[in-house]
Design a protein around this ligand. Sequence first.
Ligand SMILES: C[S@@+](CC[C@H](N)C(=O)[O-])C[C@H]1O[C@@H](n2cnc3c(N)ncnc32)[C@H](O)[C@@H]1O
Length: 245
Amino acid sequence: MADHWIENHKRDSWRKQAKASGYRARSAFKLKQIQERFGLVRHGDTVLDVGCHPGGWAQVAVELVGPEGHVVGIDLEPCQPVEGAVLLTGDITDSYTQERILEELGGELINVIVSDISPDITGKWDMDQSVAMTLVADVFDFSLPLLKKGGAFTTKLFQGIGVQELIDAVKPHFSTVRRYSPDASRNSSSEVYLVCRNHMPWKSPKQSIRERYEEAVDVLVGGNEIEEGPAPTSTSFTVRRKKKD
Ligand SMILES: C[S@@+](CC[C@H](N)C(=O)[O-])C[C@H]1O[C@@H](n2cnc3c(N)ncnc32)[C@H](O)[C@@H]1O
């Protein structure tokens, strides 16, 4: 009970700070703390903000890239405008939405991808966590080819089955991949951020991240095991070869 009270109190405190600082969501502090720790975004950068509603991360990203930078956000939910950002509405896994993101980038490669994406929660934890992990793998597969050499990618993950498998699938694309819990999310249960730095496109495996991730999870949960057939029956039957003349 006491833990629950402390957790709620801390969340309220981040919410109040967000309000006082003019941010739309307390999640803004998570990106600020990721930035303080890892310095992912620089002035003049192009940033893709995945799952940007209501716009807290987009506000922080605009501050970080400055007037020379470019921030493009995407979410299923329409966002109130954020000055200095272009916020699109659509499903990131949908090819039409992907075309619109490409159009908005106008051939420009991205310096940093920040993803706070989380799908609708049904309340069945295992299923929600597994859907969230697959969605993150899809976000990687769509956006990695748009990321500059040396670029960075941070994404939210929900703790549970497959986290290590996703990390393993992502590792070949970057020189460092770390898990990080910003203070602003430390008390919100199960989420953790993956911080991937120094994109190495020339090392990218041919197979997609989602395929490699799903294969690894299948092995983990035993989905790829070949069922043993029935035991062979013994017989006294023998084959006699015809003698050659
Ligand atoms: C935790 S919120 C993001 C908060 C945001 N970072 C901020 O600071 O305001 C997660 C968002 O992911 C979005 N989302 C979930 N699935 C999506 C999808 N397939 N395509 C685009 N956005 C998606 C949800 O609509 C939701 O708004």
